[in-house]
Every structure is written in C-alpha cells, then in structure tokens.
Design a protein around this ligand. Structure first.
Ligand SMILES: Cc1cc2nc3c(=O)[nH]c(=O)nc-3n(C[C@H](O)[C@H](O)[C@H](O)COP(=O)(O)OP(=O)(O)OC[C@H]3O[C@@H](n4cnc5c(N)ncnc54)[C@H](O)[C@@H]3O)c2cc1C
Length: 439
C-alpha cells in the first residue's frame, strides 16, 4: 500500500518537499501518493515573474544568494543548470542613501567587513570616529557563548554605531525587511558569531576567508527565464495530485498518513487553532512584517544616463520614502532588451495604492539619481505580512513550535518561517524533511 502525504502550500517549500519526496521514494523503490493543496490559483507563492515587453520582471525574490548552494543545486537536478544566470558582478557596487545623496558603498568589503585598510581609510560613509571604531574591531574581545542578541547589539558591540546605521543595517536588515534592533543574529547571520568565536574578530575572519579564496564568485544567481522557470520545472516533473484554489481551513477530514504544512506560521496557526490550540499559540509567536516591490520599466533613451551598479539602500538615519532600489537591468543583464531599463523599488512603509507608490518612487529617484522620466510600464506586488521576522529568541520560539507539533501525530512543518527564509534555506529544509520522512 502506498503511503499518502498531503502537502499544504505550493510555494518553493511545498514544491521542493514534494519533489524531494517523490525522488527519494523512487530511489528507494517506495510508493508515495502525494497531494499538494494550494490556496492560490497558481503555484510558486512568493516567486512571481512577470513577462512583459520582452523583459523578465521579478515581483518577489529575484535570485539565490550564491553562497547558499541548495537553490542552484535543485536547479541542476531539475535540468535547469544551463539556465543558471550569475549576477553581472562587473557592476556589483551599490550605494547607500546618506545625507541626502547616493554614496558608493566602499569596495574591498565582505558585506560590511573591511578586507583591507583602504576599506576603512577611504570609507566615504564613516566619520573619523566611525573609521576608528571599525579599525578597532580586531581588538574587541570575542564573545564565545551562543546566546542570541540583536543585529544592532552585535554590530555596535564590535564595530560601533556608524557601521551599523550606515553599512550593516541597510545591507543586512534590508534583506530581511526587518528592524535591526529586534532581529536575531543567531537566526539570521549565525556565521558572523561563528567567525567571531573562531577568529577572534570578523575582520580577521573575513580576511582569512578571502586569503583562502573561498569567497563566492558571483554574489547572486538567478535563472535566465526568471525564477518562475523553477516553479514550472517542478510542476512539470511532479507526478502528484495538485489542487489549486483550495484554501485548507482545518486539518480535520484530511485522510493522509502525513500532513506537511509548508505555509507561513501565521496561516498554520489559523489552520490548527481549533484542534491544537497550544500549537497555534506557539506558531503565533512569530510576527510578520509587510513589504512591497514596484517594478518600473523605462525606455533607455528617456534616462539622462544609465545609473551604475546594482542599486541602493537607504541608510538607517536617513529620511527616505523608499527602502531601497535595484537597477535590475544592471544586476542581471539579460533581463531587458538594450532599449529598456528595469528598476525595482522596495517599500516597507507602503503607500496606499500603486499610483502613490509610483509617485513616491519617481520623486525619490529624481531626488537621488536624477532620473526624471515616466516609466512605460509599472507593476506593484504587495507582500502583506509576507516577511517572517526572525526576532531575538527565534530559535527558542521555533523549538517550542516543534515541540508542540510533535504532539500532533503525522504533522510536519516546513517553509520560510522557521529555519531560514531565503529560497535556498527553504529548499535545504524541505530536502532534509523529505530525507527524514523516508528514513
Ligand atoms: C519581496 C521579497 C523579496 C525576496 N527576495 C528574495 C531573494 O532575492 N532571494 C531569496 O532567497 N529569498 C527572497 N525572499 C524570500 C523568499 O522569497 C521566501 O522566503 C520564500 O519564497 C517563501 O517560500 P515558502 O514556500 O516558505 O512560502 P510562500 O512562498 O509564502 O508559499 C506559501 C504558500 O502557501 C499557500 N497557503 C497559505 N495558507 C494556505 C492554506 N490554508 N491552504 C492552502 N494553501 C495555503 C500560499 O498561498 C502560498 O502559495 C524574498 C521575499 C520577498 C517577500
């Protein structure tokens, strides 16, 4: 008799769970009957690619961080290896909005960590006192325990406040669309604390890694046809039953040996609250932030000049109505034809509608980069409560959730709420879960 598995949620976590289960079962000669249930009328969850005007426009994630291998590995396994597209690192530099203008982020840094003395001495973002604090990082005693702390506490403790506000927070908290004062270092960038323990300082650690040549090649990797080609390939290769436009309201009535909830923890809480209130309560401890992306396509000829680099992020102390901006045509060159230029603007303070988003974005782009043109096409994607906030103590929260989930026979949890929110993190976790269930 084949084992029946019901997967709820057709984002990358659910799709990857189904695919690794199917492949693992085939390798072991086992029969699995998998059903995947998705509330939306499409698969992919936060992965949304718009195909417009011969351009490829991402509405959610735009790439894998190359350092995390699971995303590109899954693409290879699906036969998409030839479509993997490295970011155009010749144009990798980006800027920070600082004192009302775009200031280039210093070269020779690994993220915000200085790889040589020039990255400190010539740093255009820091005052003399800020540079001194950055240079002094090698002398700050290393913290050896594994207790959590916020990103702000960590960076300030080692590098001082200016490095936090003008470099680390825009860069790192920007990725999570989170508040650095509450964001957990141990659940978001535990490698920094490991580096501190191992090398005594981040500066020493980053320089040792650079000497060994272990840094990534291109920082980001995407797919030439957009990230939705990953969703399409998964769908094509899955032989399971897929039910779209079906929002599961409760676990009761599902006939399955195993239910995998690959949905955000807040949705999982709604789903289980009647039958398993303690689990729902634990799931609700994870809070969510909202964000929105606005894609704007310009005619190249309408721009005074093509902006350089990958884009910019707003410094923490900076009054700026947008969170950041990617020059998407520079980041991945084949995204648009030569006569089009694609810009993606990020909001965490989200204007009421697309019209005011466009107006706000254009006014900030004019102020900061001199772009004074009308886009020929725009598209907003709202991610209301779309960003799980990995707050200080997140590991302990997740441990409490897992402990409650274990009390429910046949229930598993996966997805971006728990052990990493990047696409590759979701894939790593889905793969490990599949292995565990097939063991
Ligand atoms: C704007 C933005 C940019 C990002 N950029 C990047 C990036 O560049 N690189 C990167 O690695 N990561 C990025 N991320 C993070 C990454 O995209 C997400 O963490 C990841 O896609 C989440 O996948 P998931 O499968 O866990 O959840 P989701 O994609 O949210 O999928 C969950 C699915 O479950 C469905 N669902 C929910 N409740 C139910 C129910 N009751 N019944 C049935 N179905 C249900 C939903 O409709 C949804 O389709 C970004 C995120 C955002 C929002």
């Amino acid at each position: 008799m084949s084992q029946k598995i019901c997967i709820v949620g057709g984002g990358i976590a659910g799709l990857a769970s189904a695919w690794y289960l199917q492949r693992g079962a085939a390798e072991r000669g086992r029969a699995l009957d998998i059903e995947l249930i998705e509330a939306d009328d499409r698969l992919g969850g936060k992965i949304v690619t718009h195909y417009i005007e011969d351009s490829i426009v991402e509405g959610g994630p735009d790439s894998f961080l190359t350092e995390k291998k699971s995303g590109p590995e899954l693409c290879h396994a699906l036969g998409l290896g030839a479509q993997l597209l490295p970011s155009n690192d010749a144009k990798r530099n980006f800027s920070i909005v600082h004192e009302g203008r775009l200031v280039p982020f210093p070269a020779h840094c690994r993220l915000f960590i200085p790889l040589n003395d020039e990255a400190i001495r010539e740093n255009p973002l820091l005052s003399d006192a800020g540079k001194q604090a950055m240079a002094n990082e090698v002398n700050v005693p290393a913290r050896m325990d594994e207790e959590d702390e916020s990103l702000s506490a960590f960076v300030t403790r080692r590098f001082g406040r200016e490095v936090l506000d003008r470099m680390a927070a825009p860069l790192l908290a920007g990725i999570y669309a989170a508040d650095p004062d509450t964001m957990s270092i141990m659940s978001t960038f535990p490698a920094f604390r490991a580096m501190e323990r191992e090398h005594g300082s981040l500066t020493a650690g980053a320089r040792a890694i650079a000497r060994e040549g272990k840094g990534p090649g291109s920082v980001f990797t995407s797919l030439s046809g957009g990230l939705e080609s990953l969703v399409q390939a998964l769908r094509e290769q899955l032989s399971c039953t897929i039910r779209l436009s079906t929002r599961l309201e409760s676990l009761s009535g599902i006939q399955a040996d195993r239910i995998i909830l690959s949905i955000p923890a807040r949705d999982a809480a709604t789903l289980v609250h009647r039958e398993h209130p303690a689990l729902a309560e634990a799931l609700r401890e994870i809070r969510y932030g909202s964000s929105a992306t606005l894609a704007m396509l310009f005619k190249t000829e309408d721009l005074p000049e093509i902006p350089g680099g990958f884009g910019f992020m707003a410094g923490r102390e900076e009054p700026c109505a947008i969170h950041g901006c990617t020059w998407a045509s520079n980041k991945f060159e084949s995204r648009t034809p030569k006569d089009r230029f694609l810009v993606r603007v990020f909001f965490t303070d989200i204007p009421a509608n697309e019209e005011s988003m466009v107006a706000t974005a254009l006014s900030e782009l004019k102020r900061l980069s001199g772009i004074d043109a009308r886009p020929i096409w725009t598209r907003a994607n709202h991610w209301k409560h779309g960003n799980p906030l990995y707050e200080v103590g997140h590991r302990e929260t997740v441990a409490r959730i897992y402990a409650e989930a274990e009390k429910v026979p046949g229930l598993s949890l996966t997805g971006s709420s728990y052990e990493g929110l990047s696409l590759s993190d979701c894939i790593t976790h889905a793969k490990a879960l599949a292995e565990q269930l097939l063991a």
